[in-house]
Design a binder for this molecule. Structure first.
Ligand code: HEC
Length: 173
């Protein structure tokens, strides 16, 4: 066999075995982390929490609970584009609350950590503001309650969709 064929076969083997080890090893490790009580409670509130390709919710069916529907709308409307659900582990603790531990997000997908925060972190929003009327007004017209806010006015959402978003925010304690 020419050397370059043997070399090519070896490269392909190394790539495939690395990918296989990562998939098997990675998922096994993740499955070993037990869900915290918070994760179990959230799973109940959202109806379920894990995304898979077989998941009817993610294929377009409606979520089983109002808060679960709110999470879907949160994703659809791109709230995560500005808001993270992951306070940083330093000075954020004092205002935004503690970051999640691994077991809090075990099995949850997507976890909506976000990648770049342009607006307040929302992981513990229900611990600092559970006033539904405030959230209604704020979503319809953010500048009515927070002058100068850059948050878009979500006037196109129906009352039911707003109910769902607010139910979802209420799970973030
Ligand atoms: C373009 C960026 C942007 C988007 C998109 C956005 N927001 Fe905001 N949001 C902000 C900013 C900035 C603030 C802080 C000023 C204010 O209170 O309006 C804020 C504040 C909030 C607050 C109050 C936070 C606090 O700590 O008091 C909530 C709740 C909220 N947004 C929810 C949402 C939801 C739900 C969506 C999606 C439907 C959304 N936001 C989309 C920028 C955004």
């Amino acid at each position: 066999m020419p050397k370059y064929v043997a070399g090519a076969v070896l490269v392909v083997l190394v790539i495939f075995s690395s990918v296989a080890i990562t998939i098997v090893g990675g998922s096994t490790y993740m499955n070993e982390i037990p869900k915290t009580e918070l994760a179990i409670e959230k799973e109940k509130m959202l109806g379920h929490s894990a995304w898979t390709i077989h998941d009817p919710w993610m294929r377009g069916d409606d979520a089983p609970t109002l808060a679960g529907k709110g999470k879907k709308i949160f994703i659809r409307e791109g709230c995560w584009w500005c808001h993270t659900l992951l306070p940083e582990q330093t000075q954020d603790w004092t205002y935004f609350g503690e970051p999640p531990v691994a077991g809090d997000v075990q099995g949850e997908a997507p976890s909506l950590f976000g990648s770049d925060r342009k607006a307040p972190d929302l992981l513990h929003i229900a611990s600092r503001n559970r006033v539904k009327a405030w959230h209604y007004v704020h979503h319809r017209d953010p500048r009515a309650v927070t002058p100068g806010s850059i948050m878009p006015a979500f006037t196109h959402l129906t009352d039911h969709e707003l109910d769902a978003i607010i139910a979802y925010l209420d799970t973030l304690k």
